[in-house]
Design a protein around this ligand. Structure first.
Ligand code: PDD
Length: 285
């Protein structure tokens, strides 16, 4: 594979891309990122992703090396140069290279990189089969609302799930599910109420989460934004996850117990359909 990637204003071949070993993203995890889906060659929910990027930067007192308009222009150019029809665009901003010091550099030179990944988002076999989840203790820091590149605890959770023969992990704090390793967690109660954790610093404020809530509200589907326990999730009628790279994906097992009848539930299926329809309609070229 030799994609064209973006590094600090330049489009270069991935084998020619260079970042300093002193980059604070590399040394301190001092960086933020966004993942936007690409459908039919267009960016999905990207305005909201860039608004969250701006918020993450603000929470860390970090400057952006480019305006959001410039960033979006570069994302689109990258999608076009790589002839990407379906997949994701990853973008990352770090506080840039500086001699190693815990304190922020006085004059930071932030780094901006972007790359694309081809991925079948709509025709995903897991949407038909549903995924199996294991629960793991929450081990991340306390500002999970900031989309930082400090992803080791999430990566450990995902690996623990794969090692256990499952597909992904939900993280649990004080008996309550926070979220998935890289997605928001949802259940549907026996009464057909769609439940996902309320916003706060305990979870990432998922863009797909916000869009799915909006679409559900417009269709008079009952919603509750509140925390739920692992026990409640195991006895729920349905469960699913949301993220830019999975859209709405059914969960059919939790810690070896089946959710509902062990197949993707009707409300989950409907929300996936509705989301994909809306994403296609809004895909921005
Ligand atoms: N992850 N929660 C966490 C911890 C995440 O990392 C993500 C996204 C989400 C869902 O957010 P959104 O709907 O805005 O994608 C929730 C991306 C896809 C990733 O790290 O690859």
């Amino acid at each position: 594979m030799n994609r064209t990637v973006y590094v600090n204003g330049q489009f270069v071949s991935e084998s020619d891309a260079r970042i300093s070993i002193f980059d604070r993203g590399f040394l301190f995890g001092d960086g933020v990122y966004e993942v936007s889906a690409v459908l039919d060659g267009g960016l999905v929910d990207n305005t909201a992703h860039l608004a969250r990027l701006e918020r993450s930067l603000g929470e860390l007192g970090m400057d952006s090396p480019a305006t959001l308009e410039d960033i979006e222009r570069a994302q689109k150019e990258l999608v076009a140069r790589n002839d990407l029809d379906e997949g994701i665009v990853y973008l990352q901003i770090t506080r840039g290279p500086a001699d190693r010091d815990f304190a922020y550099p006085a004059e930071p030179k932030p780094t901006l990189v972007m790359f694309t990944q081809k991925k079948a988002l709509v025709d995903n076999a897991l949407a038909e089969r549903g995924i199996a989840i294991v629960t793991v203790p929450e081990q991340r820091w306390r500002r999970r609302d900031i989309k930082t590149v400090g992803l080791l605890a999430a990566s450990m959770a995902k690996q623990a799930a794969l090692d256990a023969g499952a597909d992904d992990a939900w993280m649990v704090e004080d008996d309550f599910v926070t979220e998935g390793s890289s997605n928001n967690a949802w259940i549907v109660t026996g009464d057909g109420v769609v439940v996902t954790r309320n916003l706060g610093s305990e979870i990432l404020h998922g863009i797909t989460r916000a869009v799915v809530l909006q679409l559900a509200r417009e269709r008079q589907i009952a919603i509750e934004e509140r925390a739920f326990t692992v026990e409640e999730a195991k006895s729920a009628a349905e469960a699913f996850i949301t993220s830019a790279s999975t859209f709405v994906l059914p969960v059919v097992g939790i810690d070896g117990e089946t959710v509902g009848d062990g197949t993707p539930g009707p409300i989950t299926r409907r929300l996936r359909e509705i989301y994909i329809e809306s994403a296609r309609a809004g895909a921005d070229r």
